[in-house]
Design a protein around this ligand. Structure first.
Ligand code: CU
Length: 168
C-alpha cells in the first residue's frame, strides 16, 4: 500500500512538472531521426500542451506480451510521441497496425490542437518481456517520452482481455 501511495504521489508530481516545466532548450536532436520536421508556424505559436486520458491495458493473454492504449490530447503546438518506458516490461515499443499486422515505428505525430489516439486495431504500445503478468484490476505505470515535451507518467488500468471502449 505504501508503495502505491508513493507511486501516485510521484505521478502527480511528474504530471504537474510536465505541464509547467517545458524547457526552452527543446528541439533536442537526441534519439529522434524524424524525416519530417515540425512546421515553423507550429513552433512559433506555442509549446505543446499534452495531457493523457483513458489509459488501459487489456489483461494479457500471452505470457510475456501486452498492449497499451491511451489518448494524448494536445492544446498547443505539434509534438511527437517518441518512446515509452515501463518497469514491468523488459522492452516497450510503439506499434502501428497495417493490414492487421503490427509494425514498430519510431514516433507518432501528435498534431497541434489535436490528439493522438492509441486504440485497439490501430496504433498501440507494445510491452515485451513482461516480467510479471498484470491482472485485471491492476494498474500499471508507463512513462511517455516526447520530442519536445517533458516525459509524462500515465496509469493504465488493466481491463478485460476483450475490453474495447468504442464511444470514448
Ligand atoms: Cu504490437
Amino acid at each position: 500500500m505504501n508503495r502505491r501511495t508513493t507511486l501516485v504521489a510521484a505521478i502527480a508530481l511528474t504530471g504537474s512538472l510536465a505541464l509547467a516545466g517545458c524547457s526552452s532548450s527543446s528541439d533536442d536532436a537526441t534519439g529522434t531521426k524524424s524525416k519530417e520536421t515540425p512546421k515553423a508556424s507550429d513552433q512559433a505559436a506555442t509549446k505543446p500542451q499534452l495531457s493523457v486520458s483513458g489509459g488501459f491495458m487489456p489483461e494479457p493473454t500471452m505470457p510475456d506480451m501486452a498492449g497499451g492504449f491511451l489518448t494524448i490530447t494536445n492544446k498547443g503546438a505539434a509534438d511527437k510521441l517518441t518512446s515509452v518506458t515501463a518497469d514491468f516490461a523488459g522492452k516497450s515499443e510503439i506499434h502501428e497496425t497495417v493490414d492487421q499486422k503490427m509494425k514498430k515505428v519510431e514516433s507518432f505525430d501528435i498534431p497541434a490542437n489535436g490528439e493522438l489516439k492509441l486504440q485497439r486495431g490501430g496504433n498501440h504500445i507494445m510491452f515485451l518481456d513482461v516480467k510479471k503478468k498484470p491482472k485485471k484490476g491492476d494498474k500499471v505505470t508507463v512513462e511517455l517520452h516526447f520530442a519536445k515535451s517533458a516525459p509524462i507518467k500515465a496509469e493504465l488500468e488493466v481491463m478485460d482481455a476483450t475490453h474495447n471502449p468504442k464511444s470514448h
